[in-house]
Design a binder for this molecule. Structure first.
Ligand code: FEO
Length: 382
């Protein structure tokens, strides 16, 4: 795959990985993107995950077609991109490694510094590197998604090498829309760092960008405003759609029955809803959908005097990703001492701008006429 006559794709698809970052299911795999710029000087833009080192080195070798790389640009030290640096440095002992001060500190933690110490080129924010007719400008993007991250703008072809930004789960040859897997990727991986993404978007707005080359997922060449607008929305914690996400953690099914009844009532009232069973459905999809909608109802049982763990786990995932600016309601169940709502509320207490929608629906074992009347009140308030 060629980005242009002088910029080649040398990344790899990984369709055998079960969990990305050991926690996110990737049913359609993932791609580790890497690029090669062939000019008077030759630059390799990032490496790939150690799972594909041999394939990646083969792609590089084929596209080099006998030339030698002058530079290896390291945008991000996370092993899904930096995991083949060591093998690369051993194979190409004359290549200069380009990174910032933090890049090299981290690199020395992942491998013996003797491998790169005498051939490193340390860049600062705004520095440029001329390759001939192409020129790279280094734009720092700390915490998008690690502190050392930088993106590179190539001014001749107007390409932004955007590191993890604008990435997506899914191998490049899978046939699926960009948005759902890009949302799940962004909110679960970079979601906590909205402020930092906003800062990067401000810097990017000053650049004339024709193509975005991320480190995962497809190369973006058309309608870039669509992707940038979504990133602006996600990173400023604005909902994508008005509607109610109903999340449910039920032990024997009675809480689930109540949650489904709530969904039925909300739909009858004209609300858009989505139901997620936290005991079965994907955690990362639940997190992504919680950010997608402006409202959420959490329905859970009391368990061992606390909160049923699937809901507890979910809410901790949400707070870890800086869940905020949403309206939240609670449905709790308990056969002798329902107290799940208080526990759920306590987890969300430190979250910014969470408005609680009353009343709490408190169920003893099964929904009855009295608790259903409270549910009707909640439906009205939602
Ligand atoms: Fe795709 Fe943060 O690495």
């Amino acid at each position: 795959m060629h980005i242009s006559d002088s910029i080649k794709y040398i990344g790899c698809n990984d369709k055998t990985i079960d969990l990305f970052e050991s926690q996110y299911p990737v049913p359609n795999g993932v791609s580790y993107n890497s690029y090669l710029i062939l000019d008077e000087k030759v630059a390799v833009m990032d490496t790939a995950d150690p799972r594909v080192t041999d394939e990646w080195l083969g792609n590089l070798d084929r596209e080099l077609d006998g030339r030698k790389p002058d530079y290896l640009v390291v945008s991000h030290m996370e092993p899904d991109h930096a995991g083949s640096i060591k093998a690369f440095l051993e194979k190409y002992p004359d290549t200069t490694v380009v990174g910032n001060a933090k890049t090299f500190t981290m690199m020395g933690q992942f491998m013996d510094a003797a491998l790169f110490e005498n051939r490193k080129h340390v860049v600062a924010e705004g520095d440029t590197l001329s390759l001939g007719s192409h020129e790279l400008t280094f734009v720092f993007a700390p915490m998008v998604h690690w502190p050392e991250v930088m993106v590179e703008y190539e001014s001749t072809e107007k390409i932004l090498f955007s590191a993890d930004g604008f990435g997506k789960f899914g191998a490049l040859d899978c046939d699926e829309p960009w948005i759902d897997e890009a949302r799940r990727y962004y909110l679960n991986i970079v979601g906590k760092y909205g402020l930092q993404v906003q800062a990067l978007l401000k810097k990017a707005a000053t650049l004339d960008i024709k193509t975005i080359c991320p480190l995962h997922g497809p190369i973006l060449t058309e309608n870039l405003g669509y992707y940038i607008d979504l990133y602006d929305k996600w990173s400023s914690y604005k909902p994508e759609e008005e509607g109610v996400l109903i999340t449910c953690a039920s032990i024997h099914g009675n809480t689930k029955k109540a949650a489904l009844k709530l969904q039925e009532k909300l739909e009858a009232a004209g609300k858009k809803t989505m139901f997620i069973d936290l005991t079965r459905d994907s955690m990362s999809e639940a997190v992504a959908r919680a950010f997608y909608y402006d409202k959420m109802v959490c329905c859970a049982c009391t368990y061992d005097g606390g909160l049923f763990p699937p809901m507890q786990d979910f809410l901790h995932h949400l707070t870890a990703k800086a869940y905020q600016n949403r309206k939240v309601a609670f449905v709790e169940n308990g056969t002798w001492a329902p107290q799940a709502a208080g526990k759920m509320k306590a987890i969300l207490e430190g979250s910014k701008n969470i408005e609680l929608v009353e009343p709490v629906v408190s169920i003893k074992s099964t929904l009855n006429a009295a608790s259903e009347a409270v549910m009707d009140e909640l439906v009205k308030n939602l």
